[in-house]
Design a protein around this ligand. Structure first.
Ligand SMILES: [Ca+2]
Length: 282
């Protein structure tokens, strides 16, 4: 979604504690309850920010430079991908070594494809503003049903037998795949500060990995507490892309559980990179 040019903005923007404020947290403002304000500050500073590490890149494979990647999944030796933009969205199965598109099902022009997750033989594909999750047969990519949800759909991943979804805020929803009913919410914080713009998701070794829209960061989240335990700095990947093209933001995370490798790509990126999950991410 959001076909803007890449902007190197801060990964985590502090939110005004009382809501509605767009200025920075340093802006002096009336504090009707000074004690409460001090308490908030103390709790925020009591939690250390997550360390930032650069994961080791061990390879790369071709990726369709025309794919506006919104969701990426590794399953049974295949890569499944959801792409966005109205009139160009699809879901596809690609070869993990060559990047060749093996199978593809376009979405109706009114849908903007978003996050993608597979549980068993069922595939779930979010749409951006259409409040519709498309349920598919994983083997054929054929649509077998739809579910509805409130708000926007961004990223999606299995969390045990549930699904965890993002909507661009700092709050992830855990939903029942059968109904998309919200079972609980995960409020994501790094050092006490909400982490907004959470986008594509993947669960790796029980932790939720989320790339932060318009940044080159992936945050690693404890699903029980919402605390960011590690930040992965992927800013070095852009320099490894071939010259030319029109690469947009980092987006797309898939875990090959058997090999314990994580695939990362971006919208209109011509390569998908293979990373080793840092031991600190477990
Ligand atoms: Ca994913």
């Amino acid at each position: 979604m959001r076909p803007t040019r890449f902007l190197a903005v801060l990964a985590a923007l502090p939110l005004a504690a009382c809501g509605g404020g767009s200025g920075s947290g340093a802006t002096p403002s009336a504090a009707p309850d000074t004690a409460a304000a001090v308490a908030v500050t103390a709790s925020a500073t009591a939690v250390a920010r997550a360390p930032r590490v650069t994961p080791r890149v061990v390879g790369s494979v071709p990726h369709d430079a025309d794919a506006f990647t919104e969701g990426l999944v590794w399953q049974r030796g295949r890569i499944y991908e959801s792409t966005g933009l109205y009139g160009a969205s699809d879901v596809r199965e690609t070869h993990p070594a060559t990047g060749a598109v093996l199978r593809r099902t376009p979405l109706a022009p009114r849908y903007f494809g978003e996050g993608l997750a597979v549980i068993g033989d069922r595939m779930y594909q979010l749409t951006w503003k259409e409040r519709t999750a498309i349920v598919r047969d994983r083997r054929t990519l054929r649509r077998v049903g739809t579910r509805t949800y409130a708000g926007e759909g961004w990223g999606l991943a299995p969390l045990g037998r549930r699904l965890v979804m993002s909507d661009g805020t700092a709050v992830l929803r855990v939903v029942d795949p059968a109904t998309f009913r919200v079972l609980r919410r995960i409020r994501v914080r790094d050092g006490g500060t909400p982490v907004v713009r959470l986008n594509e998701l993947e669960v790796v070794h029980g932790r939720i990995w989320a790339n932060v829209w318009q940044s080159d960061d992936i945050v690693v989240i404890d699903p029980a507490s919402g605390r960011v335990t590690l930040r992965l700095d992927l800013s070095g990947l852009r320099g490894r892309l071939p010259v030319g093209g029109r690469p947009e933001v980092l987006n797309g995370i898939a875990w090959d559980r058997r090999a314990d490798r994580v695939l990362v790509t971006g919208k209109w990126w011509p390569r998908t990179f293979v990373l080793v999950p840092p031991s600190a991410a477990r």
